[in-house]
Design a protein around this ligand. Structure first.
Ligand SMILES: NC(=O)c1ccc[n+]([C@@H]2O[C@H](COP(=O)([O-])OP(=O)(O)OC[C@H]3O[C@@H](n4cnc5c(N)ncnc54)[C@H](O)[C@@H]3O)[C@@H](O)[C@H]2O)c1
Length: 294
């Protein structure tokens, strides 16, 4: 099928492009900057905030499925007002154009930061966090992702079933070269993230292999049952990026988690992705233990 990946040059986008192409789809990557070339993948350079340029991409590509990843991807990377405005505007523009140009499926990247676990007194209702747990963003990036999730629900509600809209919350994405030692999104390596628990504590020790996350985007695009309509799906590894159990580690860095963390089994992550498994048969294939060794 014809697939458009926005932000296809990015850390996660490169794997999404690769996985769709490997599965035999006709892929166009659109990004403000070129990424690595891949045979069989078309690249379009465009600023997706430009309404005319964006509409032209959709008119030319006529995607059947869209994976929307473009945006400001890191909390505090840009001023708050800019982060909210850019991410919300990009999402509405891309999702609405996708519907207008006849796509049957659109999946937009959200983030687990919508839960607001950055604050010192954060206290979850329960652990592991599932998609039904209330969200409470504490920074502009988290808010922008909550807005994207609301945009997904709004469009799902009004699309007459012709187009399935889904939001995906990937964990801390580890790209293929990062397993080999390249710096991750926050500038340190995976090995450093494991050696210094305070680094992974910032994301409640969540992570996801980029290709595993990409596979969920592909399964959403390929599904014709509408099972994911208006849904938010976690794409997060089932184990934490930590040597020890989260029942010990989480309360050290997030005291408000002490009661809920006690219920986590050794080796269990603070997030559940069971919904993606139940609806689409998705499960992460890779763990840090296996990826770092190979
Ligand atoms: N990396 C993670 O750990 C992580 C975790 C959760 C969610 N996400 C989300 O996944 C998505 C991808 O993240 P990433 O880590 O690959 O980010 P990234 O910054 O590596 O990639 C984003 C891409 O979007 C492009 N882009 C931004 N604005 C654009 C515009 N106006 N027009 C065209 N292209 C534009 C950038 O050039 C970049 O290549 C983002 O929406 C991010 O918020 C990422």
């Amino acid at each position: 099928m014809r697939v458009l990946v926005t932000g296809g040059s990015g850390r996660l986008g490169r794997s999404v492009v690769e996985v769709f192409a490997r599965r035999g789809h006709e892929v166009t990557s659109v990004d403000a900057f070129p990424g690595p070339e891949r045979p069989g993948v078309e690249f379009r350079k465009a600023d997706l905030l430009d309404d005319e340029a964006r509409a032209q991409v959709f008119a030319d590509v006529r995607p059947e499925a869209v994976a929307h990843l473009a945006g400001i991807a890191v909390p505090h990377a840009r001023p708050g007002a800019e982060t909210v405005a850019v991410n919300a505007r990009l999402a509405w523009g891309v999702l609405d154009d996708a519907r207008a140009h006849g796509a049957h499926s659109v999946a937009a990247a959200s983030s687990p930061t919508v839960f607001g676990y950055g604050s010192a007194d954060w206290t979850p209702e329960r652990l592991p966090l599932d998609e039904g747990h209330p969200v409470a963003p504490v920074h502009a990036y988290g808010l922008s992702k909550a807005v994207i999730e609301e945009a997904v629900r709004t469009l799902a509600r009004t699309s007459d079933g012709g187009c399935v809209f889904t939001a995906v919350r990937p964990g801390y994405v580890i790209a293929p070269e990062e397993w080999e030692g390249a710096p991750t999104q926050q500038g340190h390596t995976v090995a450093e993230r494991l050696a210094r628990p305070e680094l992974a504590a910032a994301s409640l020790f969540n992570y996801i292999d980029a290709e595993d996350a990409a596979e969920l985007f592909a399964l959403i695009a390929e599904d014709r049952s509408g099972a994911a309509q208006g849904r938010v799906l976690h794409a997060i590894a089932e184990d934490p990026m930590a040597e020890g159990p989260l029942s010990d580690l989480l309360p050290r860095f997030h005291p408000g988690t002490a009661a809920a963390a006690a219920s986590l089994a050794p080796g269990q992550a603070a997030f559940s992705s069971a919904q993606a498994q139940r609806l689409l048969g998705w499960a992460p294939r890779h763990t840090w233990r296996e990826r770092l060794r190979s």
